[in-house]
Write a protein that binds this ligand. Structure first.
Ligand code: HEC
Ligand code: HEC
Length: 369
């Protein structure tokens, strides 16, 4: 799962025909001369062969729920219609994997809130990595990406699955070569970034699309926005328990995205095979610490935890109720508690109220064509 920064590429925008610059005119004249020698005249840049694709910065209007902050969008990757469309096509296209068998969507499925139902999702040739596929809902608000925060910008994250042996096992440069052969991708790439397809373009376009994957229309959101009927009495009791001092779930899973984005050891194991945040910081107090995940759409993202080891929400509640395993780095809030049957049901119904059906079926997030 190592990631390395991609090499800077010396790519230049290619002059396209409508600009009618000198290079183009010379092409046309030269082609006409050669063509007349051969008895046929072909314009160098006929619209069919080389689609006109000047940079198109038509902004993409992000629909941010009123009770969410506006996400930070990097200046070098502002959201445009062309970037989002390119990213969306790439997200669903197995062309990015070595054997053309796996796309991002193989492990991040829209109907499962862009997570997967496998403990560990297979990559190419059935290879298994070591972590559970997380939801991509609201990744626009992540400063640090992956469960250990090992990637510092969403715009770089895609190099990890692209190059990981157990995921797509490919290279950005080779993927870009494939895309250059396809007129639609070439045109979209020029429209989106004024560049030929490259690693630079692929990772940024994927990030642009993923920033549009916003989930903020669950029953819980309607309740927060003043519709008191949106949660039934059982769900409201579950919500109170969730945020109570006794359970303290909300102290880590709080805020608009039901996470404080901190890294915590929640007591899953006495010894962690996956060292989590420790891999990045080397700090023993971060051994077995993972980023507190959002609980949005959590009812759909089973199995749970970094390794997919807990099969359902009942198992998650059993884990927290037990107080977890003894580990020196375990967060002090994981102490254990007891729940009666009614409380357990209330809590689970509350967690289900975090599902956002509109997100799961939003046609803008599905494949094109
Ligand atoms: C073989 C399954 C698989 C494929 C294919 C895959 N992912 Fe993932 N994805 C994962 C897993 C597992 C993680 C967790 C990685 C970690 O924490 O180290 C992850 C993490 C992520 C994250 C970080 C989310 C977070 O909460 O930190 C993003 C963003 C992401 N993937 C996007 C993509 C994109 C874009 C592609 C296609 C280029 C892709 N993934 C392909 C399995 C996959
Ligand atoms: C000290 C912070 C903390 C507290 C308190 C806490 N959690 Fe968590 N929670 C985490 C962390 C960290 C993870 C991810 C652990 C991992 O990936 O192995 C997690 C994972 C989860 C998951 C799995 C999500 C997924 O997508 O895999 C659920 C569900 C969950 N917690 C619910 C709760 C509930 C319910 C409570 C209260 C009973 C609670 N949490 C209390 C930190 C906390």
């Amino acid at each position: 799962m190592g990631w390395r920064p991609y090499a800077k590429e010396g790519l230049h925008p290619v002059p396209t025909c409508p600009a009618m610059n000198r290079i183009c005119w010379w092409n046309i004249i030269a082609t006409a001369l050669w063509g007349s020698l051969l008895g046929l005249v072909l314009p160098a840049c006929s619209p069919e062969e080389e689609p006109a694709s000047p940079l198109d910065l038509t902004p993409y209007e992000l629909e941010v729920p009123a009770h969410f902050p506006y996400p930070d969008i990097p200046e070098d990757n502002v959201l445009t219609e062309a970037r989002v469309e390119l990213g969306r096509r790439l997200f669903y296209d197995p062309i990015l994997s070595r054997d053309r068998s796996i796309s991002c969507a193989s492990c991040h499925k829209q109907h499962l809130a862009f997570a997967d139902d496998q403990p560990i999702s297979p990559g190419i040739a059935g290879r298994l990595g070591f972590r559970n596929s997380p939801t991509l809902a609201n990744v626009a608000w992540l400063n640090e990406v992956n469960k250990d925060g090992g990637v510092i910008r969403l715009d770089l994250q895609a190099t990890v699955p692209l190059e990981d042996h157990a995921e797509m096992d490919f290279q950005g440069i080779l993927a870009a070569e494939r895309l250059k052969e396809i007129p639609l991708y070439r045109a979209l790439s020029l429209r989106a970034y004024e560049r030929e397809p490259s690693t630079y373009v692929i990772v940024r376009a994927l990030a642009a699309f993923q920033r549009t994957l916003i989930s903020g229309a669950a029953a819980y959101d309607a309740y927060l926005q003043g519709d008191e009927q949106a949660l039934d009495p059982s769900q409201q009791r579950g919500m109170e328990l969730f945020f109570s001092d006794r359970l303290q779930c909300g102290s880590c899973h709080g805020g608009f995205n039901l996470t404080d984005n901190s890294y915590r050891n929640n007591g899953l194991y006495e010894q962690y095979e996956d060292h989590g945040r420790f891999r990045i910081t080397g700090d023993p107090m971060e051994m077995g610490a993972f980023r507190v995940p959002t609980l949005r759409n959590v009812a759909l993202t089973a199995p749970y935890m970094h390794d997919g080891s807990l099969p359902d929400l009942d198992a998650v509640l059993d884990h927290y109720a037990s107080g977890g395993s003894n580990h020196p780095a375990k967060d002090t809030r994981i102490q254990g508690f007891s729940l009666n049957a009614q409380e357990r049901e209330d809590l689970i119904l509350f967690l289900q109220s975090l599902s956002d059906p509109a997100f799961l079926s939003n046609p803008d997030f599905g494949p094109l064509d």
